[in-house]
Design a protein around this ligand. Structure first.
Ligand SMILES: Cc1cc2nc3c(=O)[nH]c(=O)nc-3n(C[C@H](O)[C@H](O)[C@H](O)COP(=O)(O)OP(=O)(O)OC[C@H]3O[C@@H](n4cnc5c(N)ncnc54)[C@H](O)[C@@H]3O)c2cc1C
Length: 504
């Protein structure tokens, strides 16, 4: 008989758990999913392209109503879970109780709102979900917006609204933008790029209070007395894991819900995944580790041996024209050396941080094509002793090869990931190309789109491999099955430019 699995939260992490369960053993569980948002799972990462007008919401839905129906998943969307009753093994939703054999807590996190005077005025919002995005989409020409926070989310929000014609000011407390991912030099180049888009950036700026009129936001006042008038104020200053339900239920909770390597909480029948968890002292804010957690949780639920391992992460910003990449640890501590490449005329900056014979960090701006390769060296702790002199020039220059872009692809190991958030590996692509059968159906639309020539976020290895395969005619015959748009399919065909397959 099927066991009852209840999931709190239909987000990016739990969506992957369900997929793994259905792919591996669809008969194992009757699944019920609660979601506070009035909808199922969508690709939250892609809210920024929706905001900037590059995508529609429909294009970023990962699990449609039909998908849930076809897979017999019971949906309680728009219904918040109020309580977990561990003794009765039930969860209490706003519309009633549901019993579970196994429970997954996957409620994500909540944006932090700085408790400034005026933070509760109408027109002060965070950036987390579709509603926030839709609100920002109303800001166009003639509107003024202030964004507090010069991190990844704040800058994507700012760029999206600026692209819609709004007059945007970013207020950041630190001396340079994205200080957790970028060093000062890269932060400076990023600021210049944003200013070129018409965005005003105020650094080392302390917010004092939010001023209102008739209950609505009117301006942000800084500590130095400056008033920045605005119709909307977006706070993007960090997130806090949602732990309240777990804590009230008596589960072990620290900064997040405590889980072991199998993603099991302090109660053997309750698992947790996603931004709400704390594993080995760490909490999470990017999807790559959440997908690993999801796979491990599904395996645990199926009685298989699996363990979640934390890995080095990389970051990109989804703002067209602001090409940056950062990975690892680039703090300037004693015993570390930097290799720096600057080309001010092209706006290119690359910094590699080396400790002993290992690359430990990398920051790139303007030309990030080799980012994944450097990331692989950091993650795999590869010795760079032999290539130290030419390391900064990337994989194309290793082993005496010339700057043929395909030699960069050839240099990647099979486990090289195409991009930190999509879990597509070089080895898989090569296998599929060599087998003459690209399994498009197994890819999510955005994964395919990332691979398209011309996509601003396309990542090198996958694109180059596909270009090679296209030129060989391997993929052409399968375009009919292409799961995105006809437009996308055409650009895939138009991009068939490379002809040297041997490098792959
Ligand atoms: C605009 C934006 C851009 C981003 N860009 C990137 C990026 O480029 N790269 C990257 O790696 N990461 C990015 N992230 C972060 C990434 O989206 C998150 O790490 C990821 O979505 C977290 O997944 P999750 O499943 O833990 O939580 P979520 O996806 O937030 O899902 C949690 C769900 O649980 C629901 N919920 C909460 N409490 C309850 C309750 N009591 N009852 C029922 N349901 C509940 C919530 O409504 C929500 O739908 C971005 C995030 C945002 C907001």
């Amino acid at each position: 008989m099927k066991q009852k699995l209840v999931i709190i939260g239909a987000g990016m992490a739990s969506g992957r758990v369900i997929e793994h369960l259905l792919e591996t053993c669809p008969e194992a569980y009757d699944i019920t999913v609660f979601n506070a948002e009035p909808r199922g799972n969508y690709n939250r990462i892609m809210l920024s392209p929706v905001l900037s007008g590059d995508k529609t919401y429909e294009e970023i839905v990962t699990h449609s109503d039909d998908w849930y129906k076809e897979n017999a998943v019971t949906c309680r969307f728009g219904e918040k879970v109020l309580r977990i009753d561990r003794q009765a093994k039930q969860v209490e939703g706003e519309k009633g109780r549901v019993a579970y054999d196994k429970l997954i807590v996957a409620g994500g996190s909540t944006p932090f709102i700085i408790p400034l005077p005026g933070h509760d005025l109408e027109g002060v919002i965070a950036y987390r979900d579709l509603e926030d995005t839709q609100r920002m989409m109303t800001m166009t020409k003639g509107n003024r917006v202030v964004v507090i926070g010069g991190g990844l989310l704040g800058l994507e929000a700012a760029a999206g609204m600026a692209a819609r014609g709004a007059e945007v000011t970013v207020v950041h407390i630190m001396g340079h933008l994205m200080e957790r991912q970028l060093d000062e030099a890269a932060g400076y180049l990023l600021k210049k790029s944003l200013e070129a888009k018409g965005i005003t950036v105020r650094l080392s700026a302390n917010s004092k209070q939010i001023l209102g009129a008739d209950g609505r936001v009117r301006a942000l006042q800084l500590e130095d007395g400056t008033e920045l008038p605005c119709d909307l104020l977006v706070m993007a200053v960090g997130i806090r894991p949602n732990t309240a339900l777990a804590k009230d239920a008596g589960l072990a909770v620290g900064r997040g819900v405590h889980v072991d390597d199998k993603m099991v909480t302090s109660d053997g029948d309750v698992l947790a995944v996603g931004e709400c968890v704390e594993h080995d002292g760490a909490i999470f804010g990017l999807v790559a580790p959440l997908y690993d957690q999801a796979r491990v949780a599904a395996q645990t639920l199926l009685g298989q041996e699996a363990a979640f391992v934390q890995k080095t992460l990389s970051t990109k910003l989804k703002v067209t024209g602001c090409d940056l990449f950062s990975a690892g640890d680039f703090a300037g501590v004693e015993g570390r050396e930097d290799i720096v490449y600057r080309d001010p005329a092209r706006g290119v900056y690359k910094r590699l941080v080396i400790e002993g014979d290992r690359l430990v960090g990398c920051v790139m701006y303007g030309d990030t094509a080799d980012g994944n390769w450097f990331f692989g060296l950091i993650r795999d702790r590869t010795s760079i002793e032999e290539m130290r002199d030419t390391l900064i020039f990337g994989p194309a220059y290793q082993g005496g090869a010339q700057s043929d872009p395909l030699s960069a692809v050839a240099a990647l190991p099979p486990e090289a990931e195409n991009c930190g958030c999509n879990g597509i590996f070089k080895g898989t692509i090569v296998q599929e190309i060599e087998g003459g059968q690209m399994r498009w159906g197994a890819w999510r639309p955005h994964q395919v789109e990332r691979a398209l020539p011309g996509c601003p976020r396309r990542a090198g290895p996958l694109s180059d491999l596909l270009s090679v395969a296209m030129a060989d005619g391997i993929i052409r015959g399968q375009i009919a099955d292409y799961p995105v748009t006809q437009e996308g399919g055409r650009s895939l065909l138009d991009g068939a430019a490379l002809s040297n397959r041997s490098a792959a």
